[in-house]
Design a protein around this ligand. Structure first.
Ligand code: SF4
Length: 207
């Protein structure tokens, strides 16, 4: 039996979630972390019932063959889903490229999926010693760095990015993180400014 995918949102057309590709985005429901800046926090509860049905979304995706380049799995944390690998295989079999957004909380599932994924947007949260200050989950850095090493060993195309909230990471810390990524992984770190009007932690909200 194929595990279902618990979907919390769907974007039928986007140009920004997979570089240089027209995509649709499946937002999976549930995340093990509680990033203080998270602005999609409706997607955090894992057991929440949603209005989205994966089978109906697959039927829609079938109508986009030849019109879209890729299907992106985002979240939430897609690698939390037991059904992710099966879902990826289904859209891959339809001829789409597959993009995956992840923070790296589930290294084993990431590893299982990488053979079928064309591009990963990997969300770095902070310097390793400061991860918990963002995610509010102990040892989250261990999982994230394990996942990052798996990703880089896989040769799958990727982008490393970080969401910057000025209260959570200083310019000096950001510079050190960029140098770490450059020196250790020969990778650039893309900095995205935080959408701070709806942060999970209301003390971080800037309206
Ligand atoms: S920002 Fe953090 S808490 Fe929110 S969905 Fe992403 S990883 Fe989960």
């Amino acid at each position: 039996m194929i595990d279902a995918l618990n979907v919390g949102g769907f974007e039928p057309l986007t140009t920004i979630d997979y570089p240089d590709n027209l995509s649709c985005v499946v937002f999976t429901q549930g995340c093990p972390w509680r990033c203080r800046y998270c602005h999609n926090h409706d997607l955090i509860p894992t057991s929440k019932q949603t209005q989205f049905d994966w089978e109906q979304i697959v039927e829609f995706i079938k109508t986009r063959v030849g019109l879209l380049d890729a299907v992106v799995f985002s979240g939430g944390e897609p690698c939390l889903q037991k059904g992710l690998l099966g879902a990826i295989k289904r859209v891959k079999a339809l001829g789409f490229k597959v993009g995956l957004h992840t923070g790296g909380a589930y290294p084993n599932r990431l590893k299982q999926c990488l053979d079928y994924v064309d591009w990963v947007g990997f969300d770095v949260k902070h310097l390793p010693l400061n991860y918990e200050e963002v995610t509010q989950v102990p040892k989250s850095a261990d999982k994230a760095w394990m996942s990052l090493n798996i990703l880089l060993a896989s040769k799958v195309d990727y982008q490393l990015r970080i969401t910057k909230h000025p209260e959570l990471i200083s310019d000096d810390q950001l510079d050190r993180l960029k140098k770490l990524m450059k020196n250790k992984y020969d990778s650039d770190l893309i900095v995205q400014m935080c959408n701070a009007d709806n942060c999970l932690d209301d003390k971080l909200r800037i309206v």
